[in-house]
Design a protein around this ligand. Structure first.
Ligand SMILES: Cc1cc2nc3c(=O)[nH]c(=O)nc-3n(C[C@H](O)[C@H](O)[C@H](O)COP(=O)(O)OP(=O)(O)OC[C@H]3O[C@@H](n4cnc5c(N)ncnc54)[C@H](O)[C@@H]3O)c2cc1C
Length: 415
């Protein structure tokens, strides 16, 4: 049966892109994009960076203006999907409406993992996931004197850099031993630690939190107690301690779920009429020995959306895109190409002192990931190199004045 009705759950990066790509690829049937956030679909990365700093407007964050959805006949429905009925091929919305589909795409993303310690419900404790979250926090920035950031991951550190730039005293509390420990190499972590310390950020590594406390006179947070017995006076707490995939509606509908909605290399769920993508989807990753993985990045959501749109418009191909990611912290732009899982050797090229460097990550002598700080040219070349068997070894990269761009050019396979 040809597909005439497509419903997309979630109007974030992946949901928007799959709808836009379906139209671009010539799909002419009904297309309903259901999102539970208010307003038009928007980009999330600026929330903890330029938007938080007031450097870009709400309009600049939108994927497209309202007219786009009318012109492209994408019906934008602001509602929440409560359940999926796979037999009837319908979804039930919070409003009581029922939508029917020939094909369903679940792009419901992930939500912030919440703090579960005493005092977590005090006022002045914030997460950053949605535009609404940023709209609460951004106007307060100028008046925050002391803020604790719980978690030294990407989002926590992006906020730490913003708050420090606004003159706040920033304490970052992290159970691990270094910044962004789960995502980046030790040499690059060091560069970011030193930069943050230069901006005045105080790190507390290897430290947990036992409680948040008020001053006794109000419901606002005033103190953070660490597991080391330290008491840090604060007037705000911002946490970034990971996310939980929004996969409940899928598991309740009987779809396979295991740390996200399980999909195959075509991004199909265990039901051939349902696809899934982005932060919520656990897919077999060719860059990780085909093992299932969930990636939380714009590239992953957007490229998976394009893969699904291509399949639904008769241009099937397995999902194989090289993962890449970026974060902006102060004047540092970190771009990561590839996955560093299993890395057992690193080579640093460029200048650590000038904070213009790349860390080449190898697994058993094979290049698997390149982290570039303020070296966008290296990042672009790394994406090309990683996409093929490059032959670049640690010994070659260790040569004095090694230049990844020149090496790629000299070793480019002939067409
Ligand atoms: C503050 C912040 C900064 C980030 N910075 C970067 C960055 O610099 N670089 C980068 O690569 N990535 C960054 N990310 C991650 C990136 O934004 C996500 O990986 C990407 O948005 C994932 O797209 P998605 O479509 O899977 O999910 P999302 O964009 O999160 O969209 C999912 C949408 O589905 C909605 N939804 C959920 N359940 C339902 C339901 N039942 N019914 C209707 N709607 C539903 C959600 O409310 C949400 O609007 C950042 C994320 C955050 C929060």
């Amino acid at each position: 049966m040809s597909i005439q009705k497509i419903v997309v759950i979630g109007a974030g990066h992946g949901g928007f892109q799959v709808a836009a790509s379906l139209r671009q690829n010539g799909y002419q049937g009904a297309l309903q994009l259901v999102g539970d956030e208010p307003g038009l679909p928007y980009q999330r990365p600026p929330l903890s960076k330029a938007y938080m700093l007031g450097k870009i407007s709400e309009t600049a964050m939108l994927f497209r203006p309202a007219e786009f959805y009318q012109t492209e006949k994408i019906e934008l429905i602001q509602d929440s999907v409560l359940s999926i009925n796979r037999e009837a091929k319908t979804v039930d919305l919070n409003s009581g409406k029922v939508l029917s589909y020939d094909h369903l795409i679940i792009a419901s993303g992930a939500r912030n993992r919440l703090l579960t310690l005493p005092g977590a419900d005090l006022e002045g404790v914030h997460g950053i996931k949605t535009r609404e979250d940023a709209d609460v926090l951004a106007p307060l920035l100028g008046s925050i004197k002391k803020v604790a950031v719980i978690g030294a991951g990407f989002i926590g550190l992006e906020f730490a850099a913003v708050a420090a730039a606004q003159g706040a005293e920033v304490h970052v509390i992290e159970l691990g031993e270094r910044p962004m420990q789960r995502a980046i190499s030790a040499p690059m972590s060091d560069v970011f630690r030193l930069a943050h310390e230069g901006w005045g950020v105080k790190f507390h590594f290897g430290t947990g939190i036992s409680a948040l406390e008020s001053d006794g006179n109000s419901d606002s947070v005033a103190r953070l107690l660490t597991t080391d017995g330290e008491a840090i006076e604060v007037d705000r707490v911002v946490y970034g301690i990971g996310v939980i995939p929004n996969a409940e509606i899928a598991s309740e509908a009987g779809l396979a779920v295991d740390n996200g909605i399980v999909v195959d290399e075509m991004l199909l769920t265990s039901d051939p009429n349902i696809s899934s993508l982005g932060d919520v989807a656990s897919f077999p990753c060719v860059w990780f020995h085909g093992q299932h993985i969930r990636l939380e990045s714009v590239q992953n959501a957007v490229d998976q959306a394009r893969t699904i749109a291509a399949r639904l418009t008769d241009n099937s191909a397995a999902y194989k895109a090289l993962p890449w990611f970026w974060t902006d912290q102060g004047d540092l732009k970190l771009q990561i190409a590839g996955l560093s899982i299993g890395c057992n050797e690193t080579v640093v090229v460029g200048s650590v002192d000038d904070r213009k460097l790349s860390v080449l990550c190898f697994r058993d002598g094979e290049l698997i990931c390149v982290e570039s700080c303020n070296r966008p040219g290296d990042h672009m070349v790394a994406r090309k190199l990683l996409a093929r068997v490059s032959g670049l070894t640690p010994d070659i990269a260790k040569a004095q004045d090694f230049d990844i761009k020149a090496w790629e050019l000299a070793n480019r396979p002939s067409a």
